[in-house]
Design a protein around this ligand. Structure first.
Ligand SMILES: NC(=O)c1ccc[n+]([C@@H]2O[C@H](COP(=O)([O-])OP(=O)(O)OC[C@H]3O[C@@H](n4cnc5c(N)ncnc54)[C@H](OP(=O)(O)O)[C@@H]3O)[C@@H](O)[C@H]2O)c1
Length: 274
């Protein structure tokens, strides 16, 4: 399998780094990236070809990964449509819908759309992907191999579910950081030194996530297990319950879902038509 990346920024760099760590041949990777400093960075990976424009690339890969910012996508796709034959196009761009990408590619519809998240940058991401009906098994496996370079992969059947994915795993790291901020600030307010507060917070979140990952129990059961009657955890959870913290988080996730849907419409609109 040969892979061409359109856009060689953070995400493309993370995927390429992960692929090479997994033993993928750098000679099978090409990148179209206008920024010279980014090209120089990419060329440090053994065998990887980095060019400034698509016209400089002799042959394009079996999988073409769209890794430019959503706002840059329409321009980036203009020269690509005419070059596509049997390739799978894999879009990692947030929000952009397959119908709009296909239109910008002059009607080419073999497009897998996916939504990675920021921990992908350290290989600890989770990506949800949606394939077009009838995509060949080997092409699907090729896409999965690429995405596994940055973490875990789940498939969804309906592209509309990617709005919910965006609201959960896409925006989710920010919810966790927000929760960590609150715990750390509470620790400082209770008189702990800032460095101690930060370390206690980080290790608690890491440890709890690892415990949940290692356990076959539901997180609700794990929570009940650390909540003894009349104890400190129960006092905290009662306060959260009384303040509607869970309902508030669910409303926040819904707001992200609604915003994702609206962004898809905005990003795909032709100039002057929105
Ligand atoms: N970062 C994340 O955690 C994350 C998570 C989920 C999804 N995504 C998606 O991943 C995509 C890439 O994000 P990123 O953080 O990697 O962005 P990025 O670092 O800005 O990378 C995009 C690169 O593409 C280049 N580019 C612009 N126009 C181009 C063109 N016509 N042809 C080829 N390359 C072009 C840009 O160059 P210039 O700098 O010169 O414009 C930039 O170097 C986005 O669509 C984003 O929605 C990212």
């Amino acid at each position: 399998m040969k892979i061409t990346f359109i856009g060689g920024g953070n995400m493309a760099g993370a995927i390429i780094g992960g692929l090479l760590r997994d033993g993928f041949d750098g000679g099978a990777v090409s990148v179209v990236e206008p920024l010279e400093t980014a090209r120089a960075q990419l060329s440090k990976h053994a065998g990887v070809t980095a060019v400034a424009g698509l016209a400089e690339l002799g042959a394009i890969g079996d999988v073409v990964v769209l890794a430019v910012k959503p706002q840059q996508m329409r321009g980036a796709l203009q020269p690509l449509g005419a070059r596509l034959q049997n390739q799978v196009v894999l879009s990692i761009a947030a929000g952009l819908r397959v119908t709009d990408l296909a239109r910008w590619l002059g009607g080419y519809a073999r497009i897998v759309r996916c939504m990675p998240n920021t921990p992908a940058l350290i290989g600890a991401g989770i990506t949800a992907a949606c394939a077009p009906a009838g995509l060949a098994a080997e092409q699907r496996a090729g896409v999965e191999r690429i995405l596994k370079a940055i973490g875990k992969v789940v498939w969804v059947d309906d592209e509309a579910q990617l709005d919910a994915v965006t609201a959960i795993s896409g925006s989710g790291p920010a919810y966790v950081f927000y929760f960590m901020e609150a715990i750390r600030d509470a620790a400082c307010a209770l008189g702990l030194a800032p460095a101690t507060a930060a370390e206690l917070t980080l290790e608690t979140v890491l440890g709890a996530a690892r415990l949940a990952a290692a356990s076959s129990e539901d997180v609700a059961i794990l929570r009940e297990r650390v909540t003894s009657k009349g104890g400190t955890t129960e006092a905290a959870l009662k306060s959260m319950h009384a303040n509607g913290v869970k309902e508030s988080i669910m409303r926040a996730v819904n707001a992200a879902n609604d915003r994702s849907r609206a962004l898809g419409i905005e990003l795909g609109a032709e100039p002057g038509k929105y």
